[in-house]
Design a protein around this ligand. Structure first.
Ligand code: AR6
Length: 168
């Protein structure tokens, strides 16, 4: 495993790193899954900032403070909804990881935790999503020296096993 990449099976709201990456939707107003958990634990300050930002397109990312979370920031990225694979889903998912990484660097984030974007309600096949996530992060780290640690945070056992296998 690349020295700066690690893997945990955890609730991302418990992570104490500089920033965590949320799998949001275009409205940025919260929802279920990891998004719901982050807003629930992080509190109203995050929602207020999201409302001021006003929304986000698929593949893009925005940043807010971490509210009551241990993390200083939340990077909200909007994953693609899986519609069979011929609607730029892979390209958009790659952009989610890339734009989150760029935003992290811009904000001086050294330690960053990613959730498994699009692999819940949005239905992106988990193995395919994991390959995109890992290769995008690896490529990025090969040209970046500022990020010290990337943690892939899996919540479900299936994603955890897939990541473990690809990262070994
Ligand atoms: N910590 C880490 N990962 C989690 C947690 C948690 N607390 N809870 C769930 N996951 P999803 P999406 C994992 O559905 O597919 C929301 O309603 C989960 O196991 O949260 O991108 C938004 O508002 C899964 O692997 O996000 C959007 O409307 C992963 O998070 C929509 O869902 C992503 O599942 C976005 O769908």
């Amino acid at each position: 495993m690349e020295k700066r990449i690690s893997l945990v099976r955890e609730d991302i709201t418990k992570m104490s790193c500089d920033a965590i990456v949320n799998a949001a939707n275009k409205t940025l107003l919260g929802g279920g899954g990891v998004d719901g958990a982050i807003h629930r634990v992080g509190g109203k300050a995050i929602l207020k900032e999201c409302m001021e930002i006003g929304g986000c397109e698929a593949g893009e990312a925005v940043i807010t403070g971490g509210g009551k979370l241990q993390a200083s920031y939340v990077i909200h990225t909007v994953g693609p909804i899986w519609r069979g694979g011929k609607n730029k889903e892979s390209e958009l998912l790659k952009n989610c990881y890339l734009n989150s990484l760029k935003l992290a660097v811009k904000n001086g984030v050294k330690t960053l935790a990613f959730s498994n974007i699009s692999t819940g309600v949005y239905g992106f096949p988990k193995r395919k999503a994991a390959h995109i996530a890992i290769s995008t992060v690896r490529d990025f780290l090969s040209t970046d020296n500022s990020i010290e640690k990337i943690i892939f945070v899996c919540f479900d056992e299936e994603n955890y096993q897939i990541y473990k296998e690809i990262l070994k």
